[in-house]
Design a protein around this ligand. Structure first.
Ligand code: ADP
Ligand code: MG
Length: 246
């Protein structure tokens, strides 16, 4: 499917079940952002809350009941890389799908790209309308890529139109006071945060990267097994950060 059709396709399919989120996952998620990357569906069943004590578990479980989506509120997950923001967002998206809500999961960079393309091709109004209709819009990875002035304005318009009309979940590696570096304009960032944070649930996800912690644990285990032999070589070190492809 051509890039420009992704979003329309995703919305027109009126995702309302597990397969739907998987399909969105196949099309929209992944650090690569490439279509056709393996589907990534995550659920809360596989989430280890003990690994991230800063996260309010009861709030996450409450959000998974989806009443906030019916109330058209927002949710923002904040924390450094690898702390489970995308996992949690996908899990909440899945919970919403299972309750027959339409869900669109997209990275901030891909969404802005889509909006710019739609604008160039004179179909922006249609896309904006479609984006406004989705029950839950998940915008992942806000903060890694700064936007152009036009990109910022287009994303602002999406958030603005959804204000009190639909639920939006944003994940970001940046604290609010650094969001200006993404949107370029202090005025626009202020206006965007004003709308986004009016009815909001904040998920604080500060801690060590789960991937890094897992790699370290694995390396320690390997070191322990190799210990009788490895006394002259010192302890085993992790060979690199992430071992799980996203
Ligand atoms: P972030 O979006 O914050 O950068 P991710 O959600 O992509 O982090 O998490 C990175 C990897 O670690 C994913 O494979 C995710 O499933 C896993 N992960 C992160 N935190 C947890 C956790 N608390 N329990 C289980 N898996 C986790
Ligand atoms: Mg992520």
């Amino acid at each position: 499917m051509s890039g420009r059709r992704w979003i329309t396709h995703a919305i027109c399919c009126a995702y309302a079940n597990w397969n739907a989120l998987t399909e969105i996952g196949a099309t929209w998620t992944g650090a690569s952002g490439r279509p056709g990357s393996p589907p990534r569906t995550k659920s809360l069943d596989t989430f280890d809350f003990k690994a991230i004590p800063s996260l309010n578990k009861s709030l996450v479980l409450e959000l998974a009941r989806c009443e906030w989506i019916e109330r058209r509120e927002n949710c923002i997950a904040l924390g450094p890389a690898g702390t489970g923001k995308t996992h949690t967002a996908l899990a909440l998206g899945l919970a919403a799908c299972q309750r027959n809500h339409s869900v669109l999961f997209v990275t901030a960079a891909a969404l802005v790209r889509e909006l710019m393309e739609a604008r160039d091709e004179r179909r922006l109004r249609l896309l904006q309308k479609q984006l406004a209709k989705v029950n839950l819009l998940i915008v992942d990875e806000l903060g890694y890529v700064p936007f152009t002035a036009v990109g910022s304005e287009l994303l602002f318009e999406v958030i603005s139109r959804r204000y009190e009309n639909g639920a939006t979940l944003v994940t970001s590696n940046l604290p609010f006071d650094e969001w200006t570096s993404v949107f370029g304009s202090e005025r626009l960032t202020g206006a965007l945060l004003d709308r986004l944070t009016h009815h909001v649930h904040i998920l604080e996800m500060n801690g060590e990267s789960y991937r890094l912690a897992t790699s370290k644990k694995r390396a320690r285990k390997a070191g322990a097994i190799a210990a009788p032999d490895a006394s002259s070589h010192g302890p085993a070190e992790p060979k690199g950060g992430a071992t799980e492809a996203d």
